[in-house]
Design a protein around this ligand. Sequence first.
Ligand SMILES: [Zn+2]
Length: 230
Amino acid sequence: MKLSEVEANTKYLTPRAPSTFKKAYPTVETIRVEMRPVGEGFEPFANMTERLEIYNENTFPAIIDCRNPRCYGGGLQLDHLIRWSVVEAKQTEYEKTIWCQGYEGSPKGRSKHGPCDTYFTVKVSVVYIKKLHDGPHAVSTHQDEMSKGTGYKPVSKTLTRTLEVAAVDIGTMAKMSSEEYQTYLRNTFIVDHHGILKSGAAGYPLAVTRAQAKALIGYLTEISPTIGEL
Ligand SMILES: [Zn+2]
């Protein structure tokens, strides 16, 4: 039993719909979360010295479950942390190490033996939508409307991107578990809240319209028989 089950909340790695983030965080333009979990079950990916998971506004999970098999109710309430400690506090850069909130005990949690040793170092960078003028036209906006000069522009904060997860070598990818590969995919192909499919590493667009998305999927299907055939 882990935190997400206890909370009956979002499952690990379930991406939220792009529109959901905008509704939940109307003041936020983009968000980047670096999460370094340390503890049993969070071993680094092959060829890496530490385990690093990178999320954006569409991919960060509400809850990260602890993977210590003896931990009861353990994990990190990432969405809660981002909402209250970062966004509500108007932080643009935030870093904190948080102990797992579970405790080690018997499988059904009947006897407690002590706190869990797992901890999570979380680094969050936020770019807010900045409201420059109040007035009758002061409604929440996004990139497309910004170019029309409605009085909003994003806080000019450079979002640094590291390639630690997005760019892996062939040997590392070959050794990835299917779960690790799923994480890799979600960090590599991102649909932003404008509905644009982007490369998470380089930030360039891959598909902007649904027709382009279909063409991309068709092309991947076409070439898939040639992948992995050595
Ligand atoms: Zn734990």
